[in-house]
Structure formats: structure tokens, C-alpha cells
Design a binder for this molecule. Structure first.
Ligand SMILES: CC(C)(COP(=O)(O)OP(=O)(O)OC[C@H]1O[C@@H](n2cnc3c(N)ncnc32)[C@H](O)[C@@H]1O)[C@@H](O)C(=O)NCCC(=O)NCCS
Ligand SMILES: Nc1ncnc2c1ncn2[C@@H]1O[C@H](COP(=O)(O)OP(=O)(O)OP(=O)(O)O)[C@@H](O)[C@H]1O
Length: 258
């Protein structure tokens, strides 16, 4: 199974690309932002830990329906770096466990590709899981404008704090196997995703019925690997070697980006 990591900076366009992968190409998506919201719902261990640590520090941390006030928590942690680390140390293990479980489910289902949409893919070290990584980039002016337009509750300083709490986009691009530049229109983004799919996911059959793409994501090889896990381990080993060779080649060719 090919695990394609999809990452980028905040508001650079990951979710937009993920929507194209899901709706146009019918690829299965594992969305870390969605999982991050689920694992801190009331009743979960991470929720209790967050209340215990942050309730004395933040006013209105809990909404009337007992859910977390994400706006208040976000404003606090993105302006207190050490506290962001505490929040990450509480939520990331639970997010990671859920992601591993969902990957396993896709594997058992016989999927040949799964997209891991994780904003903090490199920061959390989860890139080791991916056969390939695709970064969605855009310039810093577009990033700030899009973030402020989407999250109207943020001041410019707060938006800049959020951007600066992540690894620089250029560093993510350097660590990736592919990147798509999202500085133009949505239409252009969709075209670039189409080019990416045709060039880099050739092993998957595509049918185009009345402009609706559908992926044949099941194949005998995937079922075979599911029944005989040692073959899957061989597959992972093979992907890791190919990935290391590709990374070495990219390191030699990407100097023009600096
Ligand atoms: C701080 C929180 C409460 C803010 O919630 P809010 O609803 O305002 O934002 P949301 O979760 O939709 O995230 C929006 C974007 O912020 C960025 N972001 C989120 N968490 C972090 C983080 N810990 N560090 C850096 N950037 C982050 C990502 O680019 C994400 O796509 C929330 O993001 C959170 O619980 N973060 C910790 C969990 C996490 O790391 N999630 C990211 C997925 S791995
Ligand atoms: N090419 C584009 N032209 C104009 N607006 C865009 C473009 N791509 C994305 N946007 C807008 O920018 C905002 C951020 O995009 P999106 O939510 O896809 O980013 P993201 O990387 O998933 O963000 P986050 O990390 O916060 O989840 C959205 O409001 C989206 O509609």
C-alpha cells in the first residue's frame, strides 16, 4: 500500500488538495485535523489531561456543552510556545495511535493508496511512515491573506504566531519528494493535482466515465499482502529503499530552491 503524506504550512491549501483527491479521484483520506478534534472530545483521556493542565491558565476553556473552547485554547498556546509543547505532548500520542489504526484499516481493506493529510507531518516525525510526501506550498503573503480571510477571528499578530509555530514551508519542500505550488487559482491547483496524479500514481488504474474519475484501489496484490503480512513488510522495505534513493537524488537537485 502506498502511503502518500500530504503536508504544508497552515492555510497553504492541504485541505483543498485533499478534497480534490477524495472527490475527484476517490482516494481514501486520513485527516489529522479531524482526528485531532475527535481525540479531545469529552470522555477521552486527552480531554481530561487538557482540562487538568489548562483550566487554571485559561478563562472560558470549556463551552456550555462541555466541549473545549478551541478558540481560547488556540489563542493561548500559539502565543505561549512552551504551552503549545504541552498541548502537543497530550494530543499527539492519541492522534498518532488513531492514525496508525486507520492506516491498518485501509491496509486490511486492500487499498493500494491512502492519503495522510497531516499539517505537522515532519514536526511530529510521522513522515517515516510515508512511502512518499507531497507538500503544498504558497508564498508567505498569500498564506497570511488566506489565513486571515478564513479565520476571521484572528488578528494579524495571532495569524503570524500560528504560521511561525510551524516548520518553514521551504524546509518542508526540501524534505518532501514532491511539491505543488498553490499561488495561483483553484483551477490551476486542480490542474496541478491532475498532473501529479497522472505522473506519480501510475500504478493505479483510472477510468474516466463522463469526466468522473474512479480509482481501482483494490488489486489482488493488496489482498495477497493483507493475507500474508511478510510480503507487506517486503513492500515497505522496498518503498523505504526507493524513498532513500529518491531523497538523495532530490538533495542533489533541489539546491535551486534555496
Ligand atoms: C490549538 C487548537 C485547539 C486550535 O484549534 P482550531 O480549531 O483553532 O484550529 P485547527 O485544529 O482547525 O487547526 C488549524 C491549523 O492550525 C495548525 N495547527 C494546529 N495545531 C498545531 C500545532 N500544535 N502546532 C502548529 N500548528 C498547528 C495546522 O496547520 C492546522 O491545520 C488545535 O489546533 C489543537 O488542538 N492542536 C493540537 C493538535 C494538533 O497538533 N493538531 C494538528 C494535527 S497533527
Ligand atoms: N488557489 C487558491 N486561491 C484562493 N484561495 C485558496 C486557494 N487555495 C486555498 N485557498 C483558500 O485558502 C484557505 C486555506 O486553504 P486550506 O484550508 O485548503 O489550507 P490548509 O493547508 O488545509 O489549512 P490548515 O493547515 O489550516 O488546515 C481556504 O479558505 C481556501 O479556500
Amino acid at each position: 500500500m502506498l502511503i502518500l503524506g500530504l503536508t504544508g504550512g497552515i492555510a497553504t491549501g492541504k485541505s483543498s488538495v485533499s478534497k480534490i483527491f477524495e472527490e475527484k479521484y476517490k482516494l481514501p483520506i486520513i485527516d489529522a485535523d479531524k482526528i485531532a478534534r475527535e481525540v479531545v472530545e469529552p470522555g477521552n483521556k486527552a480531554y481530561d489531561q487538557i482540562i487538568k493542565h489548562f483550566n487554571p491558565l485559561i478563562d472560558n476553556l470549556v463551552n456550555d456543552d462541555k466541549s473545549l473552547n478551541r478558540g481560547a485554547l488556540g489563542s493561548y498556546v500559539f502565543s505561549h510556545r512552551d504551552e503549545l509543547k504541552v498541548l502537543n505532548s497530550i494530543s499527539h500520542p492519541a492522534i498518532r495511535r488513531r492514525i496508525l489504526y486507520l492506516i491498518w484499516k485501509e491496509y486490511i481493506n486492500g487499498s493500494s493508496v491512502v492519503i495522510l493529510d497531516i499539517p505537522l507531518l515532519f514536526e511530529s516525525g510521522m513522515d517515516w511512515l510515508c512511502s512518499r510526501v507531497l507538500t503544498i506550498s504558497c508564498n508567505s503573503q498569500n498564506q497570511l491573506e488566506r489565513l486571515l480571510k478564513r479565520n476571521k477571528e484572528l488578528t494579524e499578530d495571532e495569524a503570524i504566531n500560528r504560521i511561525n509555530s510551524q516548520m518553514k514551508i521551504i524546509d518542508k519542500v526540501k524534505k518532501s519528494d514532491y511539491f505543488i505550488d498553490n499561488d495561483s487559482s483553484f483551477e490551476e491547483l486542480e490542474n496541478n493535482v491532475e498532473k501529479f496524479v497522472k505522473l506519480n500514481l501510475p500504478a493505479i488504474k483510472v477510468t474516466n466515465n463522463n469526466n468522473n474519475y474512479s480509482y481501482m484501489i483494490n488489486s489482488w496484490w493488496n489482498y495477497f499482502q493483507a493475507i500474508f503480512p511478510p510480503f507487506a513488510i517486503l513492500g515497505i522495505f522496498n518503498a523505504t529503499i526507493r524513498k532513500s534513493i529518491l531523497k538523495l537524488k532530490l538533495r542533489l537537485t533541489k539546491t535551486s530552491l534555496e
